[in-house]
Design a protein around this ligand. Sequence first.
Ligand code: NDP
Length: 443
Amino acid sequence: MDTSALLQEIKRRDPHHVNFQQAAASLLKSVSGYLDEHPELLEQGLLDCLLEPERVLRFRVPWVDDQGRVRVNRAYRVQMNGALGPYKGGLRFHPSVNLDVLSFLALEQTIKNALTGLSLGAGKGGADFNPKGRSDAEIMRFCQAFMVEFHRHMGPDTDVPAGDMGVGMREVGYLFGMYRKLSGSFNGAFTGKSLDFGGSVLRPEATGYGLIYFLQSMLAQQDQTLAGKTVAVSGAGNVARHAFAKALDEGATVVTLSDSKGTVFAEQGLTKAHLEAVGDIKADGGGLDQLAERFDGIRYHADSRPWGFPCDVALPCATENELNEADARQLVNNGCRWVAEGANMPCTAEAVSVLRDNRVIYAPGKAANAGGVAVSGLEMSQNSRRESWSAEEVDRRLRAIMERIHGRCLEHGGDHRQPDYLTGASVAGFQRVARAMRGQGVL
Ligand code: NDP
């Protein structure tokens, strides 16, 4: 089937899966030139298979809240593509979770994992459970109930989940504990674990740090460095906070952070002390308005996003479609020259067009945020060898992987002074997974 017929078919089958349609359209557009040169990849229904999950699991998660009431959530695992290795990708606990969101994330993960060069297939899962405001005991009961069903579908050589939004080290601990008990096996079937039982150093930091390493490669391409640049970051979670910390270490001024309620802006730049306070506020379930209350020189803007403030670099690190066409125009008008995605698909398709039309150098999440899954891959290696590497070793490998991903993007990204990272990343990732699928026959 040709690519436009394929997109039509995707829309006909799942008209409400608008996020998946957006991700699929972006991928197909980016690889169309490459497919013209490699028509053999259109054979064997390869594209049709790439865009259809190998398997989707949907299950209920009944659990008991602190008042003794039974609650029932809906959970999924999209096992998207196993051509390169065990399904690998995070679990998200958020009320917005549905099959559309997880399918788009799983497709992005397929290209991202291929780009890392590691032996990783791709999957994504989660539940429409809202951890906010839940007690520790409720979170534990939910995680355990989730695993009562999911444990039979995973394992170190089949499906290796990790964290994502709403799933951090605490949740991974509860999930892994129940997996271990039910499977009767202590193995590397989860990444993002605590250092106390098989986790890798730097896994929590990896996505944010990797984003900054990728950004440094982008800047170096134009004989620039991060030192002295003004950076706008969105989000106040795992990715945002570690990207912020590393950007500060590299001499940048970070002027914003945001959450689902609003944005904080500090003209003179946010500091490590602010970052620490954000960690405490978020751990207590608070909002960023509290940061502005605690410190001078910080303004809080309710219901707003960071994209209206002047910056050289924008790093969207919160959630999908958080930067739209109007935001992109504001960034362009305010002089922003680089956008690198820490979140998955945070820029809408229209925003990406505005950025590219205005020669803003744009890197998609499938390349720029691959540091998390890369260190998950390193955690799997450490687990299977029963080793734990030092922070220096993991950081060195993370930096090398991000530089290699950057290099792969350049191979297919046109003009090296003004690279097209979207095309470069999509083609390089697609090429690897498509070859593996083709070599394994029609499956
Ligand atoms: P967290 O749950 O730690 O943080 C998410 C942040 O985004 C929170 O500050 C949250 O605000 C904010 N947020 C959520 N929804 C919205 C919204 N609609 N508008 C504005 N802000 C919002 O998640 P992560 O940092 O782990 O993940 C962030 C992104 O990065 C996601 O797209 C994820 O898929 C992607 N990613 C994560 C990786 C990882 O290793 N963790 C790896 C690769 C990609 P609030 O605090 O108010 O809830």
